[in-house]
Design a protein around this ligand. Structure first.
Ligand SMILES: Cc1cc2nc3c(=O)[nH]c(=O)nc-3n(C[C@H](O)[C@H](O)[C@H](O)COP(=O)(O)OP(=O)(O)OC[C@H]3O[C@@H](n4cnc5c(N)ncnc54)[C@H](O)[C@@H]3O)c2cc1C
Length: 484
């Protein structure tokens, strides 16, 4: 028997739960298929305020997330760039978003993702776990549904007006949407990560910050998840793959030893022995984007659509923001308020712009770290972004601004701006934070801040430029677009 829904979503991670919930909030029939049983492990534990105070509030789950006991994250602490001393980055950036509304959490993703998935079910989404999507059903005109296999191995067909692929970075379903997955040469990295049963904390009020420290071979994250649990991962060049694959734990421990700031925090601390934190895992964390995020009847969101280097903790933000945009476009199209073509164009333009902002920021951020002897850091200079990549990137974000010499020029300017802002931190007074005065930092957090303001005050407080000329406006309920 073939079932019929308005929308079927593949994947119960943050992107899938968000898209499903926002469509269900408009009263549509939504089915979400997840191949695993939740709660399940995932990496990506450090969140941004836009997720906690923006997206989670829109989804009606902010209070539950706040009660879950996650570590409060006020910002980031970095040993990075020309300053040999660590510097802080606090989220409480503007008087409009003071600290209580501008913090984030360090989360155990099994718990966080489970909260979002159960919240989707409470909003009327039919959630089926242990159901793996095997194929996309389509004809010459459009995508019409999916085929999946349940836990008992029975194959089912579901028809739907829209399919949302939120199946993460390893699934191949995205291949149904045209265009290649373009891999960045600049952000070709490898991550090896595991957990310690404790570890020193930064002094208050920064004890919950993510700490990122650059060292010769790359950089290390140090994320305080609980008093007795710290996530520690090294991001390194793929040239280390053979050593990492041969003995991941030994490679991980030797990276930590090579980074004195992190090694000092872990002196005498045992590795975690509780599952799922007792393993050392390896992930290619190459950055990529799909040339196209949608086709008639189908959209890609989250890691299925694009991913960019984790140093700024942007993965869950980009995944859930993209899913929110996709859901708004589907809702607008289902309501007949806007044509599918136009509402999908709006989704793509806004999502690409946000991805592009993080990509550009991160190139500048890597450029700050200077280490003439290190292979890793030599390859992470603005000047190392190759021509093919900048051309592909210009295509992704919709070309160049009038009068601009090229993406390379824009990246170099952003790198200089960021380096100078961080350089001014040491002598800054408390009244004006040079980071927030910098255009580069302002640009990367603009959409996230808008999302926070939208959730808190009903709309962004600044007039925002539409990302598409003659673009669509947000509907009154915040769940779709209107053409006014
Ligand atoms: C090394 C590293 C560190 C990171 N650190 C951070 C960080 O600190 N902060 C941050 O915000 N982000 C971080 N990220 C990024 C983050 O992990 C992802 O961006 C985020 O998990 C994407 O969410 P998603 O919902 O798109 O995908 P996922 O969370 O991967 O969820 C996809 C779901 O789809 C399911 N699925 C897959 N195939 C099928 C199928 N065929 N049928 C049904 N279900 C299917 C999977 O089981 C899974 O549950 C990091 C990434 C890496 C690689």
């Amino acid at each position: 028997m073939t079932e019929t829904y308005d929308v079927v979503v593949v994947g119960g991670g943050p992107a899938g739960s968000t898209a499903a919930t926002v469509v269900a909030m408009r009263g549509h029939r939504v089915l979400l298929l997840e191949k695993q049983s939740f709660p399940r492990y995932q990496i990506g534990e450090s969140l941004l305020p836009s997720t906690v105070h923006g997206l989670c509030r829109i989804l009606g789950v902010a209070d539950e997330v706040a009660r879950a006991g996650f570590t409060l994250k006020r910002g980031g602490t970095f040993r990075w760039g020309r300053n040999p001393e660590p510097w802080q980055f606090s989220f409480a950036m503007s008087p409009r978003l003071p600290e209580p509304t501008s913090t984030a959490f360090q989360v155990e993703r099994a718990k966080f993702d489970d909260i979002l998935l159960r919240n989707a079910a409470r909003h009327g989404v039919e959630v089926r776990e242990q159901c793996q999507v095997r194929a996309v059903v389509e004809d010459d005109e459009r995508v019409r549904g999916l085929e999946y296999e349940d836990a008992g191995g029975t194959r089912h067909t579901v028809h739907a007006r829209y399919v949302v692929d939120a199946s993460g970075n390893t699934s191949r379903i995205h291949g149904k949407v045209g265009g290649a997955r373009v891999y960045s040469d600049f952000f070709r990295n490898l991550a090896v990560f595991g957990y310690f049963a404790g570890g020193a904390r930064l002094p208050e009020p920064h004890a919950g910050n993510i700490f990122c420290a650059a060292f010769d071979a790359g950089w290390i994250w140090y994320i305080p998840l609980r008093d007795n649990l710290t996530s520690v991962g090294a991001v390194i060049a793929p040239e280390h793959r053979a050593a990492v694959q041969q003995d991941p734990r030994a490679a991980w421990r030797s990276m930590i030893e090579a980074c004195p700031e992190v090694a000092a925090k872990l002196t005498g601390v045992p590795e975690a022995t509780e599952a799922p934190y007792d393993q050392v895992r390896v992930r290619k964390d190459y950055s990529y984007w799909k040339q196209s995020f949608a086709k008639p009847g189908m959209v890609l969101v989250g890691d299925a659509a694009c991913f960019v280097d984790p140093v700024l903790s942007s993965g869950v933000h980009l995944a859930t923001y993209g899913a929110l945009l996709a859901a708004r476009s589907i809702n607008a199209s289902l309501a007949g308020a806007v044509s599918e073509e136009r509402s999908f164009a709006e989704f793509e333009a806004r999502y690409r712009r946000e991805y592009g902002a993080f990509y550009e920021f991160l190139v500048s951020f890597y450029d700050m770290q200077r280490d003439e002897k290190s292979y890793f850091w030599q390859a992470k200079k603005v000047t190392s972004v190759d021509v093919t990549e900048t051309a592909a990137f210009a295509e992704l974000v919709g070309g160049l601004m009038p009068g601009e010499a090229g993406v390379g020029f824009r990246l170099a300017e952003a790198a200089a701006d960021l380096d100078s802002a961080v350089g001014r931190l040491a002598t800054a007074d408390d009244r004006r934070n040079p980071l927030y005065a910098s255009r580069t930092v302002g640009d990367v957090f603009r959409q996230g801040r808008n999302l926070q303001e939208e959730a808190l005050y009903g709309a962004p407080l600044d007039d925002t430029e539409p990302p598409v000329p003659n673009g669509l406006a947000l509907a009154k309920d915040g769940l779709g677009w209107t053409a006014e």
